[in-house]
Design a protein around this ligand. Structure first.
Ligand SMILES: NC(=O)c1ccc[n+]([C@@H]2O[C@H](COP(=O)([O-])OP(=O)(O)OC[C@H]3O[C@@H](n4cnc5c(N)ncnc54)[C@H](OP(=O)(O)O)[C@@H]3O)[C@@H](O)[C@H]2O)c1
Length: 385
C-alpha cells in the first residue's frame, strides 16, 4: 500500500488524483491533504479517507476540527505544507499546488529524501537549480505529472539520454487560438477560461492562452531531463493527441499519444513499475486528421520572451514567474486586460536585475517584491484614471 500526501487536493489535478486513489483503494492510501480555502471539498475528502493531517488557512481550523476531529490540523501560516512534505518517510508527495507556493514543499520533500509526483511546474521554474542540488544529495526523484513530461518520461524509459537529439512538446494554442493578435485586447476572463481540449484550473488555462505555460514546460523539461534549452522545442498541435516526441540521434522519432485526460499521467506517476488497468477513451481512428504547426512567434510574443529569460536563468526566472502570477491574478479579477499581462511582465523584467546566486530565502523574498511591484503599477493606474 503506497501512502500518498496530496498538496492542492481541491484543485483540478488534486481532485483527479483523489479519483485515481479511490479507483485503486488496495494500492494507495491518502494520508494528508491540503487546500487554502475550499473547506467543504476538504471535509468531503476527509469523510471518505482516513486522513492523518489536513493543512489549510488558519481561519478554517475550528470548522475542520469540528467536522473531522480525528485528523490533525496544521495551518498554512505555521508551515503546514513544509511539515507534511518533510513528514512520512515512506509516503510519496503529490504536489498539485498552483504557483510558486509549491516551491517550499517540493524542496522540503526532496531534501528529506521523498519522491515528489510533480504537477506544480512553477517549483522547477523558480527553484530548479536548488531542487536539482537537493535531489543529488538525497537521491529523491521527481516524477512528472504534467502530460507532456509524463509522455517524455514514458518515451525515455529504457533509452539513454545521451542518444537524444531533441525533445519536442506540443502546445494546443490555448482558448484564444482562434483570435488574431488584434482581437485579444477585448477578451474577458470568461472567454479565456474556455479551453478547447483540457479542463484545468484558472491560472494554467490563462497561461496556455498566453503560451507562458509552454515556456514553463520547456524549463521543466530542461531540469527534469538534463537537456540544454537549445535541444527542446515546442510545436503547435491543436488536437492535444500527441503530447510529446523524442528525436533520437539515429533518426528514430518516438511520439507519445493519448486521451486529453490528466487521470492518465496521474496514474502513471502513482503506479510505479506495474501498469494498472484504466478506462482509456482513446480511439485514433475517430480522431481524423491531426495538425502540427510551428509556434507563431508574433501571435505568442511571451513564448520568445520567456525562453530568453529561461536561458539566462537566475533570479530573472523568478521575476518572470511572479510577474506572470500577479498579472494573471489581476486579469482574472478583471482589473487589467488580457494584453496587459504581457506589458506588466515586460515592465517587471526591465525593472529588476538578474542574480545568479539563488537561495530559497532570496527566491521567496523576490517573489513577494515582484508581486507588489505589479500590484502597485495597477493600483496607481486605477488612481490616475
Ligand atoms: N489542471 C491541469 O490539467 C494541469 C495539467 C498539467 C499541469 N498542471 C499544473 O498543476 C498545478 C495545479 O494546477 P490546477 O489546475 O490543479 O490548479 P487549481 O485547480 O487552481 O488548484 C490549486 C490548488 O492549490 C490550492 N492553493 C492555491 N493557492 C494556494 C496557496 N497560496 N497556498 C496553498 N494552497 C493553495 C488550492 O486550494 P483552494 O481550492 O482552497 O483554493 C487548490 O487545492 C499547476 O502548477 C499547473 O500548472 C495542471
Amino acid at each position: 500500500m503506497k501512502e500518498v500526501q496530496l498538496l492542492g487536493a481541491t484543485g483540478s489535478i488534486g481532485t483527479q488524483t483523489v479519483d485515481i486513489i479511490e479507483e485503486f483503494p488496495h494500492d494507495f492510501r491518502l494520508t494528508a491533504v491540503s487546500a487554502r480555502d475550499s473547506v467543504s471539498k476538504i471535509v468531503e475528502i476527509g469523510k471518505r479517507h482516513d486522513l492523518d493531517t489536513i493543512v489549510m488557512a488558519a481561519k478554517h481550523r475550528s470548522t475542520i476540527e469540528k467536522a473531522l476531529p480525528e485528523t490533525t490540523f496544521i495551518s498554512l501560516e505555521e508551515g503546514g505544507l513544509e511539515t507534511v512534505a518533510r513528514d512520512g518517510r515512506d509516503a510519496v508527495l503529490v504536489n498539485a499546488l498552483v504557483g510558486s507556493a509549491g516551491l517550499t514543499p517540493t524542496l522540503a520533500a526532496v531534501e528529506s529524501g521523498k519522491d515528489v509526483l510533480l504537477a506544480n511546474k512553477e517549483s522547477l521554474v523558480v527553484g530548479g537549480e536548488l531542487i536539482k542540488k537537493a535531489m543529488k544529495k538525497t537521491e529523491a526523484r521527481i516524477i512528472p505529472i504534467d502530460s507532456e513530461h509524463s509522455a517524455l518520461a514514458e518515451i525515455l524509459a529504457g533509452n539513454r539520454i545521451e542518444d537524444v537529439e531533441k525533445l519536442v512538446i506540443t502546445a494546443s494554442g490555448g482558448s484564444l487560438r482562434h483570435l488574431g493578435k488584434d482581437e485579444l485586447a477585448a477578451v474577458t476572463p470568461k472567454d479565456a477560461l474556455k479551453h478547447p481540449n483540457w479542463q484545468m484550473g484558472a491560472k494554467i488555462t490563462i497561461d496556455s492562452a498566453t503560451m507562458m505555460n509552454k515556456v514553463f514546460e520547456v524549463i521543466e523539461a530542461h531540469h527534469l531531463f538534463d537537456i540544454p534549452y537549445e535541444r527542446i522545442e515546442a510545436i503547435l498541435h491543436k488536437e492535444s493527441v500527441v503530447h510529446a516526441l523524442v528525436h533520437f540521434k539515429d533518426g528514430n522519432v518516438h511520439a507519445h499519444m493519448g486521451a486529453a485526460d490528466m487521470h492518465i499521467p496521474i496514474l502513471t506517476a502513482l503506479q510505479g513499475e506495474e501498469r494498472k488497468p484504466y478506462r482509456s477513451l482513446f480511439d485514433l481512428a475517430r480522431m481524423g486528421t491531426l495538425h502540427f504547426d510551428p509556434i507563431d512567434h508574433e501571435r505568442y510574443p511571451l513564448f520568445d520572451l520567456g525562453l530568453a529569460v529561461a536561458k539566462r536563468g537566475g533570479l530573472h526566472t523568478v521575476t518572470l514567474n511572479a510577474a506572470n502570477e500577479a498579472a494573471v491574478g489581476l486579469f482574472l479579477a478583471e482589473k487589467i486586460s488580457f494584453n496587459e499581462i504581457e506589458t506588466l511582465i515586460k515592465k517587471a523584467l526591465d525593472h529588476f536585475q538578474n542574480d545568479n546566486h539563488l537561495t530559497l530565502k532570496k527566491i521567496l523574498a523576490h517573489d513577494q517584491k515582484v508581486r507588489k511591484f505589479i500590484e502597485d503599477i495597477v493600483k496607481q493606474k486605477v488612481k490616475t484614471k
